[in-house]
Design a protein around this ligand. Structure first.
Ligand code: HEM
Length: 511
C-alpha cells in the first residue's frame, strides 16, 4: 500500500511513517479537501430512512459549497481563449539593441505560454465570430517574466486609453437587450475617425481566421529597446506565422460555426496532438528616437503601421504542449503589458500607457493580489519582492525584514544597472489629441492592397452591419470615413447600403 500525499510532511519520523502506513488509504481513495478519505460519495447522511439530510455530512456540504464557487469573473475582454506552452529560441545576439537577456545569444531558449483569444464575445462564445484575435505571450525569461500582449492585427481602433471603456461598452451587448448591436458601436465609431484603419482590418477576412496557427501576431504599440549603455530605440514587434495566413470568408465561418463553434481550439489541440507544432518567427522594426519626427503620422500612434521600415528577425517560437488543466493554466494566466524585463520598456504611446495600469489592476480583481504566485504566472527565477500578505498568499517568506533598505545580512537591494531609461521632456501638462493624426491614408492603402475577392468580402461584411444602422447621420458619417480612405471603397459600401453617394462625398470632403 502506498502512502497518500499527506504522509510527506511527517515522513521524517520512522514512527510517524509506521503509524501513517497503518492508517493510509489506497492511492486512488477519494478524499475531502482536508485529505480525509470519503466513505460514501453517492448517499448523503440522513436522519434515518425517511428523515432529512444532516448538516454534519462534511462531504455533502463541502461539495455544494465548492461547486457554488467554481466560477471566477471572466476577463472583461478577451474572455474566450485557448492557451498553449512552447519555447522561444533567439536567432542571435541582439545586445547592441537591447539588454533583454532572452535575446542575448543565438540558440538561447526561453519557455513561453501563449493565449489566443477573441475580444468582445464572452467565454464559451463561438470562435467563428468576427473579432480581432488576441495573441498574448508570456516569456519566462531568466530575468523575470515578459508579457507581449498583442493581437493578430497590426493596429488598434483608438489611440488613447481613456476611450477604451466606452469603446468596449459600445461593442458588448446592449445593457437593455443583452444583444450586440451595430447601431450602438457605429454610433461610437462615428466619433472615432482614427478607427477606420482597424475597422478595415476587422471587416476583412482577417476578422475570421481559419486557425490560430494561420494568423500573425503584433505588439501593435511602439515599445523601447534599451541596451546596456542606456541607448534607446523604438520598436514594433511582429510574429510571422510559419504556417502562412489563412482566413475564412463570412460564409465559410458561418458554415463552420454550424458544425463546430470551438473550431479554433480544436484545430490547435489537434495539431499539437499530431505533433504538427505551429511556429512563428518574431520580427522587430527599429527606429532611432530622432526618426520619430520624420513621418507624416505619429509613429507612437497605435492606429498606424510603420510602412517601409525593415524588419529584423529576433527568433522563433514553437508551441508544443497543451495545458494539463484549462482553468488552472489558461483561465488563470494573467498577461499584463506592464510586465517587462530589463532592456524592454514602454513607449510614450498613450494607449499603451493606459494598458500598463489596466491589466495588472483588473487581475487583482479577477484572480486576487497574489495572482503572480500561481504556477502558470510564477516567474522561473526567484522572486525577492517585499510585498506582504494579501489574500491566498502561498509564499514562503521567512525573514522579518520586509522593508528596504536594511542593514541586515542577506536583505535584498536594488541594483542601479536596471534603472529605467531617461526621456527628455519639456512643455506643460495638457489634454489634447496628438498632432499628426492622418486618420484615413493607411486604411486606403490597406483597401487597395486587397485582391478583388478580398475587397468584395470586406464590402459585403461592412455593408451587412452598417446596413442595420437606423440613424442615417451615423451611417453616413461612417461611410464618409471609408470614402475618405478610398473613394472606390466608400462608394461601394454606400451603394450596398443604399446611401446617397453625393452626400457621402460631401461629408468626406469636409474631413
Ligand atoms: C487602452 C487600451 C486597452 C485596455 C484598457 C485593455 C484592457 C484589457 C483588459 C482589462 C483585459 C483583461 C485582462 C485580464 O483579465 O487578464 C485585456 C485583455 C487583453 N487585451 Fe487588452 N486592452 C486594451 C487594448 C489592447 C490592445 C491594443 C491589444 C493588442 C495589442 C490588447 C490585447 C489584449 C489581449 C491579447 C488580452 C487577453 C490576454 C489574455 O489572453 O489573457 N488590448 N485587455
Amino acid at each position: 500500500m502506498q502512502l497518500h500525499r499527506y504522509a510527506r510532511p511527517l515522513g521524517a519520523s520512522l514512527l510517524g511513517l509506521a503509524l501513517l502506513a497503518a492508517h493510509a488509504h489506497a492511492q486512488n481513495t477519494l478524499t475531502r479537501a482536508n485529505g480525509a478519505p470519503v466513505g460514501d460519495n453517492q448517499n448523503s447522511q440522513t436522519a434515518g430512512p425517511a428523515g432529512p439530510a444532516l448538516l454534519q455530512d462534511a462531504q455533502l456540504v463541502e461539495k455544494l459549497q465548492h461547486f457554488g464557487r467554481e466560477r471566477i469573473p471572466e476577463r472583461v475582454v478577451h474572455a474566450r481563449g485557448t492557451g498553449v506552452h512552447g519555447q522561444f529560441v533567439s536567432a542571435g545576439d541582439f545586445s547592441e539593441l537591447t539588454a533583454a537577456s532572452l535575446f542575448g545569444a543565438a540558440g538561447k531558449t526561453t519557455p513561453v505560454f501563449v493565449r489566443f483569444s477573441t475580444v468582445i464575445h464572452p467565454s464559451g462564445s463561438p470562435e467563428t465570430l468576427r473579432d480581432p484575435r488576441g495573441f498574448a505571450t508570456k516569456f519566462y525569461t531568466d530575468q523575470g517574466n515578459w508579457d507581449l500582449v498583442g493581437n493578430n492585427l497590426p493596429v488598434f481602433f483608438i489611440r488613447d486609453a481613456i476611450k477604451f471603456p466606452d469603446m468596449v461598452h459600445s461593442l458588448k451587448p446592449s445593457p437593455v437587450t443583452n444583444r450586440q448591436d451595430p447601431n450602438r458601436y457605429f454610433d461610437f465609431f462615428s466619433h472615432v475617425p482614427e478607427a477606420t484603419h482597424m475597422l478595415t482590418w476587422v471587416y476583412s477576412d482577417n476578422g475570421t481566421p481559419a486557425s490560430y496557427r494561420t494568423m500573425d501576431g503584433f505588439g501593435v504599440h511602439a515599445f523601447k529597446f534599451v541596451n546596456a549603455k542606456g541607448e534607446v530605440h523604438y520598436v514594433k514587434f511582429h510574429w510571422k506565422s510559419r504556417q502562412g495566413i489563412r482566413n475564412l470568408s463570412a460564409k465559410e465561418a458561418e458554415a463552420v460555426q454550424g458544425k463546430d463553434f470551438n473550431n479554433l481550439t480544436h484545430d490547435l489541440y489537434d495539431a499539437i496532438a499530431a505533433k504538427n507544432y505551429p511556429a512563428w518567427d518574431l520580427y522587430v522594426q527599429v527606429l532611432k528616437p530622432e526618426q520619430l519626427s520624420g513621418f507624416a503620422f505619429d509613429p507612437q500612434d497605435a492606429t498606424k503601421v510603420w510602412p517601409n521600415v525593415p524588419e529584423t528577425k529576433l527568433g522563433t517560437m514553437t508551441l508544443d504542449r497543451v495545458p494539463a488543466n484549462f482553468f488552472q493554466e489558461t483561465e488563470q494566466a494573467a498577461f499584463a503589458p506592464v510586465r517587462m524585463v530589463p532592456g524592454i520598456e514602454a513607449s510614450e504611446d498613450r494607449l499603451l500607457q493606459g494598458r500598463l495600469f489596466s491589466y495588472a489592476d483588473t487581475q487583482t480583481y479577477r484572480l486576487g493580489v497574489n495572482n503572480q504566485q500561481l504556477p502558470i504566472n510564477r516567474p522561473r527565477v526567484p522572486v525577492r519582492a517585499y510585498h506582504q500578505d494579501g489574500a491566498m498568499n502561498a509564499g514562503a517568506t521567512d525573514s522579518d525584514v520586509n522593508y528596504q533598505p536594511s542593514e541586515t545580512a542577506g536583505a535584498y537591494a536594488d541594483d542601479a544597472r536596471y534603472k529605467a531609461s531617461q526621456l527628455p521632456l519639456s512643455g506643460t501638462t495638457q489634454q489634447q489629441r496628438i498632432a499628426r493624426t492622418m486618420n484615413f491614408e493607411q486604411a486606403g492603402e490597406l483597401y487597395r492592397s486587397l485582391s478583388p475577392q478580398q475587397k468584395s468580402n470586406l464590402i459585403a461584411n461592412l455593408a451587412g452591419d452598417l446596413g442595420q444602422v437606423k440613424d442615417s447621420r451615423v451611417r453616413d458619417t461612417m461611410l464618409s470615413y471609408f470614402y475618405k480612405a478610398d473613394a472606390d471603397y466608400g462608394a461601394r459600401i454606400a451603394k450596398a447600403v443604399g446611401a446617397r453617394p453625393e452626400q457621402i462625398e460631401r461629408l468626406a470632403r469636409a474631413l
